[in-house]
Design a protein around this ligand. Structure first.
Ligand code: AMP
Ligand code: FE
Ligand code: FE
Ligand code: ZN
Length: 293
């Protein structure tokens, strides 16, 4: 069903900009997507819609379809889960207020991470990480960049593996919404909630994933990100099957972060990813209520 046909074109529905922890601006992303002959792009920054106005403006100017999105980190029984929201209303005050709260949680965490890294012997301060971020969303990739720039680690992956990943000595957990709150926030803003990169969940067996999806669907989940660079063919098959069984849409994207994830390119991921435009058509169909779900 989701076999890519040459003339249908491809999309990328999971993209980070400088508004969160990507390194290309929203305008640069739209221009890059257009230059790669994609059919559409969705901007999904972590916990912020700060890049969307610019992205939508660039889409208008360059005559390229841009879907306004967001990626909300939620706490799922102590483990991280990411919920993507598509077609959100960027004027929603409710959404703005709640995202501001999530940014406040980051602001509480950042000095604690600095202190831990200092205790590990690194000369690093908050101003350096803020400068690296260049905006209100400060994420662990920005800490990683500073550690790389100072020569403490060879690359960002080493920074995560040794210090910044969950459970590592530089990591500090931040307060988060729970899955139901993240899903409901997206729904209230008129958006379509989609479970991001299921491969990263603690649930891995089919039955476990099925139970989780049933629960998330009861909260209002509408889709699952089946196409993702870290999903192998078997994973993708599994997620397509789960989606069909739970009457969920499937989506896909690369999680492009520019130079912050140098192995991942827009549209193609590590080279093989193909997210068919048909995915967007199905999303629009659901939004217009055409398939009666
Ligand atoms: P934060 O939102 O500050 O918790 O940072 C989360 C971001 O850090 C993710 O979106 C990824 O870009 C990156 N990240 C998280 N875990 C890892 C990891 N183990 N290896 C590399 N990057 C990671
Ligand atoms: Fe990120
Ligand atoms: Fe994510
Ligand atoms: Zn992402």
């Amino acid at each position: 069903m989701y076999k890519y046909k040459d003339n249908e074109g491809l999309v990328d529905l999971h993209v980070h900009t400088t508004a969160s922890d990507g390194t290309l601006t929203p305008t640069e992303i739209v221009a890059y997507a257009k230059s790669k002959n994609l059919r559409a792009v969705a901007i999904t920054d972590h916990d912020t819609i700060g890049g969307l106005e610019e992205a939508l403006g660039a889409g208008d100017r360059l005559n390229f379809p841009v879907i306004p999105g967001v990626e909300i980190s939620v706490d799922h029984q102590g483990k991280e889960m990411h919920i993507l929201g598509y077609y959100i209303d960027i004027a929603s005050d409710d959404l703005k207020e709640n995202l501001q709260k999530l940014q406040d949680y980051r602001r509480e965490r950042n000095p604690k991470m600095i202190r831990k890294l200092q205790e590990l012997g690194f000369k690093i301060n908050l101003a350096e990480v803020e400068a690296e971020a260049g905006g209100p969303i400060i994420g662990r990739p920005h800490f990683a960049s500073v550690l790389v720039n100072k020569g403490y680690v060879r690359d960002k992956q080493e920074a995560f593996d040794k210090y910044l990943a969950g459970g590592m000595p530089g990591y500090v957990k931040k307060e988060k919404l729970v899955p139901r709150e993240g899903i409901e926030l997206i729904l209230r803003a008129g958006g379509m909630p989609v479970l991001a990169h299921p491969k990263y969940l603690k649930e891995q067996g089919y039955a476990q994933l099925a139970a989780l999806l049933s629960k998330l669907k009861s909260f209002g989940l509408q889709g699952i990100e089946a196409f993702y660079p870290n999903h192998d063919a078997r994973d993708t098959e599994t997620y397509l099957r789960l989606a069909a069984e739970h009457r969920l849409l499937v989506t896909g994207g690369t999680d492009f972060h520019g130079a912050n994830k140098p192995d991942i390119d827009l549209g193609t991921g590590t080279g093989e990813l193909q997210v068919p435009y048909e995915v967007v058509l199905k999303m629009e169909e659901l939004r217009s209520g055409a398939d009666g779900r």
